[in-house]
Design a protein around this ligand. Structure first.
Ligand code: ADP
Ligand code: ZN
Ligand code: ZN
Length: 670
């Protein structure tokens, strides 16, 4: 058959449709191949996505594809399919999603030494020989799951719901083993949260599969490493890719299984650029590839858990810790309602820490810092600033002197006295974390204390060093934010202290409780990992909150069922679909003004199944000198919302808004 004369090409620019180019006779391009095309005055790398006989543009105006880039095989139809889906769903352009996902080396105009570099990338893919290690004998629950999880019957989704330390990793490894013994050329994608991509995990994997090339992929890797990992996967040499959210856009020849570990982790959702959820896209990818996917967590997201109990996903449970002697820790609440704290620490907590240290054991102090949103409470009667229209708390915005509900936009001036009892003792919940941090050192002058949070760990490797010092026992107290909660197997930590969770209990963000429960379960999981019974102390003013009783009994299921009920009543996700239209500018009034224009537009569209709320400032509305407003739109299901949003983005073009207005589909934070 004669080749068509017009090629449709996507490029890294905000076009709604692929661009048409003439295809010179001598170029033998296939769909999925990269090529060099003129775009305005520039030459850019594009990807051929189809061919056509005719174009809607006059033929004399069409430019020609200049050349093929290199001999790298074409990207697969499945890959194009996924990037196209992601672009539609997250309201971006196909070309921008597809090209931005490639390492720089494959999306920039090739230099004179391109072929040479390409050959070097291919040559460096040697296997590192390591000796095979003994694997633990599976317990009955693990063995049963490995038996039941279908690896060779096409697409389906499983949720591996197992408490911390229950041996989920072992299940993944055994499933991988089974896949490889059926097809030794199979490829497997293992997605992990940012913080879990540790050298230990990689060591475990390379030790278990010494003859399989394993690659990692995350955003902070050097470009050359990224290019190498990408090419190894794309050309089928790498059999295992362990990567963070970005790796969902890797390209494979023979992908047979996807595993998403800690599927509830919020780092799977991009918080800038195209705001995609790589967990959700992973399910789409498995569907496109027609392969199984396993999501793992001790505290699954409510979205995932709902699907599992409704039977849309299969549910696999690991109810016990894998190592017999390691029991789950006991959780105790420390009531601080009436207590005077020293550096944020109560008398009882102080004594427990001192006792633990004197036994020569280690302590973790977990400072909750996330989502600080000032809910106002009355010190005398316990009144809190609940929105009269929603199951959410209104949050105090100092600059405008108002309490604002972030769900519906309801607002009111901050009352001078408590509306319930008239007391003047109103204050915002949960200040004083910084002070705690400084004073811990003065409370235990003898102890060796290290701090770990996102700021202090930004310098590459410094977090590893701190964690290593805890493993080695050269540290007595580890103080840190959520980064200490994740995946570390400390042997000598027997006490975990949790400070400052109350703001999260009373957050204006309806997801805050889910997040809090999950992080507390994980933090608790750090205590008593081996043979010492661990203890967790939580300081709170709200010890009656049912979240705590579920935590004490380590019962995620009852927690999840109750939260899901509340979400159902409040028409909140996963019982509705949401998108957040966010506007950024130097001044909050300008941001809100832009959103009001959009709101007017929405009203004119008269979409009966979509609710649009009033624009409000984001709870953290000022960030790096940019002031941000949000407009929440909501529908009963994702399909309706999708249809509405794609219509809305077309309409919004008339308003000629700049890049500083974007839409976050399925937002995680408000
Ligand atoms: P999770 O990922 O569920 O938190 P891990 O996979 O990290 O749990 O397992 C916790 C610990 O239990 C690890 O040290 C692991 O080596 C060990 N382990 C897992 N399965 C078994 C088993 N069947 N027998 C003995 N130890 C096991
Ligand atoms: Zn009161
Ligand atoms: Zn409200």
């Amino acid at each position: 058959m004669e080749q068509s004369r017009i090629a449709r090409v996507i490029v890294d620019a905000p076009f709604d449709e692929p661009l048409d180019y003439k295809l010179p006779e001598e170029l033998k391009l296939e769909v999925g191949q990269r090529c060099l095309v003129p775009l305005g005055r520039r030459k850019v790398v594009g990807i051929v996505v189809g061919f056509a006989e005719t174009s809607v543009f006059p033929e004399e105006k069409l430019k020609s594809i200049q050349s093929q880039i290199d001999d790298v095989p074409a990207l697969s139809k499945k890959w194009l399919n996924l990037t196209c889906f992601a672009a539609r769903y997250y309201l971006s352009s196909w070309g921008q999603v597809a090209l931005a996902s490639l390492p720089l080396f494959f999306r920039r105009q090739p230099g004179p030494r391109h072929e040479l570099s390409l050959n070097r990338l291919r040559k460096e893919s040697n296997l590192v020989k390591s000796k095979k290690v003994n694997k633990p004998i599976l317990n009955a629950e693990q063995a049963d799951i490995i038996d039941r999880f279908n690896l060779f019957t096409g697409f389906h989704v499983g949720l591996l719901f197992g408490v911390t330390g229950s041996g989920k990793t072992e299940v993944y490894l055994n499933l991988m083993d089974k896949v490889f013994s059926e097809d030794s050329n199979a490829q497997i994608l293992l997605m992990v949260p940012e913080i879990n991509l540790t050298p230990q995990l990689l060591k475990t994997i390379t030790n278990r599969f010494p003859d399989k090339l394993a690659r990692t992929w995350n955003s902070s890797m050097a470009e050359a490493k990224k290019a190498q990992a990408w090419l190894d996967c794309h050309e089928g040499r790498a059999r295992i890719l362990v990567g963070t959210r970005l790796s969902i856009f890797a390209s494979f020849q023979n992908l047979k299984l996807i595993v998403v570990d800690e599927e509830h982790d919020t780092s799977f959702k991009a918080q800038e650029g195209v705001r995609y959820s790589s967990r959700d896209l992973a399910i789409k990818k498995a569907q496109i590839e027609n392969i199984p996917i396993l999501l793992g967590s001790a505290t699954p997201s409510l979205e995932t858990y709902k699907n599992a109990i409704e039977g849309k996903y299969e549910l696999y449970v690991l109810p016990n810790r894998a190592i017999k002697e390691s029991e789950l820790p006991t959780v105790e609440l420390v009531d601080i309602r009436k207590e005077k704290l020293r550096g944020g620490i109560s008398e009882k907590t102080y004594e427990e820490i001192s006792k633990t240290l004197s036994r020569g054991e280690q302590v973790i102090i977990f400072l909750n810092r996330r989502g600080y949103a000032p809910v106002v409470e009355c010190r005398d009667c316990g009144w809190t600033s609940q929105c009269p229209h929603c199951s959410a708390y209104a949050v105090f915005h100092k600059t405008i002197g108002q309490l604002v509900c972030h769900h519906c936009g309801w607002h009111t001036p901050l009352p001078k006295a408590c509306p319930k009892c008239g007391s003047m003792e109103l204050s915002s919940v949960g200040r004083g974390t910084q002070k705690a941090e400084e004073e811990i050192a003065s409370l235990w002058p003898e102890a060796r204390i290290v701090r770990l949070d996102h700021d202090s760990s930004r310098a590459k490797g410094s977090a590893d060093k701190v964690l290593e010092s805890v493993h080695q026992g050269t540290t007595d107290i580890l103080v840190g934010t959520q980064i200490v909660a994740k995946g570390h197997d400390f042997q000598n930590v027997s006490l975990v202290v949790v400070l400052n969770t109350d703001p999260q209990l009373l957050s204006g963000d309806y997801r805050a409780r889910e997040w809090l429960f999950s992080v507390l379960m994980q933090v608790a999981g750090r205590a008593g990992r081996t043979n010492k019974k661990g203890k967790v102390l939580i300081q709170t003013k709200y010890k009656e909150d049912p979240l705590y009783s579920d935590l004490i009994s380590q019962n995620y299921s009852t927690f999840a069922v109750r939260e899901l009920d509340a979400r159902r009543t409040g028409h909140l996700p996963p019982f509705s679909a949401q998108a957040l239209i966010v506007s950024e500018s130097a001044n909050i009034n300008r941001s809100i003004e832009k959103l009001n224009q959009i709101k007017e537009l929405i009203n004119k569209m008269r979409h009966p199944a979509v609710r649009a709320y009033d624009p409000v400032p984001l709870s953290l509305y000022r960030l790096k000198d940019i002031e941000r407003g949000q407009l929440l739109v909501e529908s009963n299901d994702k399909k309706t919302l999708q249809r509405f949003l794609s219509e809305l983005t077309r309409e919004m073009k008339q308003l000629k808004l700049d890049q500083s207005t974007y839409i976050d589909v399925d937002p995680l934070s408000f």
